[in-house]
Design a protein around this ligand. Structure first.
Ligand SMILES: O=P(O)(O)OC[C@H]1O[C@H](OP(=O)(O)OP(=O)(O)O)[C@H](O)[C@@H]1O
Length: 388
């Protein structure tokens, strides 16, 4: 491995891709471990598993990060089985690796990072999706996190079933076009009292397929600005967006209902209302009957990572897990009643159970496709099947 390979980090504090690929994106103690095992002439054949909870807890989480994990381990002389991206899990392994320990030891840090962070964001995004299943929900949260992980955030949002993303480069990475209309900065650029000029210029300037969503809370009251936006754009107005700042929000639901009333009164029944700004699942449940859509940011992008660990559970064919962890290679199953089961891979699982760990790599070769829409379909099906 090229230990001193030059890396293109630019001026940013970003760990370069080649350091992730070659295993330098690791904790130092794995390097000490390799030095010691090589010194001692040891390199046991092991089974290692990535697990959050050992047993089912009743709290399901949504698996993300599998594609990146697969590419991290690609080319190593190991076999890997894993659950599919977009499946719900609750206890037991989501991934099982078999190989000589030193062939993959240094990848543990990045492997856990890929799986933990993406699964945390995907799980939060699923909370949001389930809170407003029939509303349009867009991912707005990339601005809160390091730009190097924007694609991960947006992918997690889409896997959970959110309807769109905001980050342009993140979307390019995952093959999904970003959407968005106008920030307050656009209104401010035209000046206080000139909101009409901004909405009109936007309508004249942007492509016809961009929805005409007027931001209506910049300087004046939401009701007043919504009426003015409707009068300015007429039937061309698709929606108004209320991003009302917390200090002015008061009774947000009442403000929204008032805007709805005034738009309907002026025969703008077709104009939708879109809301954003610090929203989470409880807000979506409260407001979903009075708006058409939501922008949700920090609730998804700032989610805690899932607490995955990688543990060796078999060493040279013998059960060996440390205290607190379960020895032996395991499988996990989903039964028709929606329950999650953990059992030894060497023993039969539930007769009606679907085995959830499937081949991901065979002798280092990826043996699976990674499609975001397929993952989102799996998540939607699991949500129906599992008692969340
Ligand atoms: O609050 P979150 O759920 O994390 O979503 C992100 C928020 O960031 C933006 O607000 P901001 O006030 O920054 O918009 P502006 O830049 O147009 O003022 C956007 O309009 C959302 O409200």
């Amino acid at each position: 491995m090229p230990r001193d390979a030059p890396s293109d980090t630019g001026p940013f504090d970003i760990v370069p891709v080649d350091a992730i690929r070659d295993g330098r994106a690791t904790d130092a103690y794995f390097e000490r471990t390799r030095t010691t095992l090589e010194h001692a002439g040891k390199n046991p054949h092991v089974v290692a598993e990535v697990t959050a909870d050992q047993f089912p807890t009743g709290e399901f989480e949504l698996l993300g990060g599998v594609k990146d994990a697969a590419h991290l381990l690609e080319g190593l002389p190991i076999d890997v089985d894993a659950m599919r991206e977009g499946r719900l899990f609750d206890g037991g392994p989501v991934m099982r690796i078999e190989g000589d320990y030193l062939d993959f030891a240094r990848y543990e840090t990045s492997l856990l990072g890929f799986l933990s962070h993406a699964s945390g964001c995907a799980t939060a995004a699923l909370d949001v999706r389930r809170a407003a299943p029939d509303s349009q929900v867009l991912s707005f949260g990339a601005r809160h996190v390091h730009p190097s992980i924007a694609a991960m955030i947006e992918r997690a949002a889409l896997v959970a079933g959110l309807d769109g993303i905001s980050h342009v480069a993140g979307g390019e990475v995952i093959g999904h076009e970003a959407s968005g209309t106008m920030p307050h900065a656009l209104l401010i650029a035209f000046g206080r009292g000139h909101q009409e000029d901004a909405w009109r210029a936007f309508d004249e300037a942007v492509d016809a397929d961009v929805p005409r969503v007027a931001l209506v809370d910049t300087y004046s009251d939401e009701k007043d600005e919504a009426i003015r936006a409707a009068e300015t754009l007429g039937d061309r107005l698709d929606s108004v967006r209320l991003d009302t700042t917390g200090s002015r929000r008061g009774n947000f639901r009442h403000i929204i209902e008032e805007v709805r009333w005034e738009l309907d009164l002026r025969e703008h029944d077709d104009a939708g209302i879109f809301v954003s700004g610090g929203l989470g699942p409880n807000d979506l449940r409260d407001l979903r009957d009075v708006v058409e859509g939501f922008g949700v940011g920090g609730y998804v992008s700032n989610a805690d990572p899932v607490d995955f660990a990688l543990d060796i559970v078999e060493r040279d064919g013998e059960p060996c897990a440390k205290r607190g962890k379960l020895s032996g290679a395991k499988d996990v199953y989903r039964t028709p009643d929606g329950a999650h089961h953990v059992g030894l891979a060497s023993r039969p699982g539930p007769t009606d159970g679907e085995r959830l760990l499937e081949p991901l790599l065979r002798d280092g070769e990826i043996v699976r496709e990674f499609d975001i829409d397929d993952a989102a379909r799996r998540a939607a099906a699991d949500v129906k099947n599992v008692d969340l």
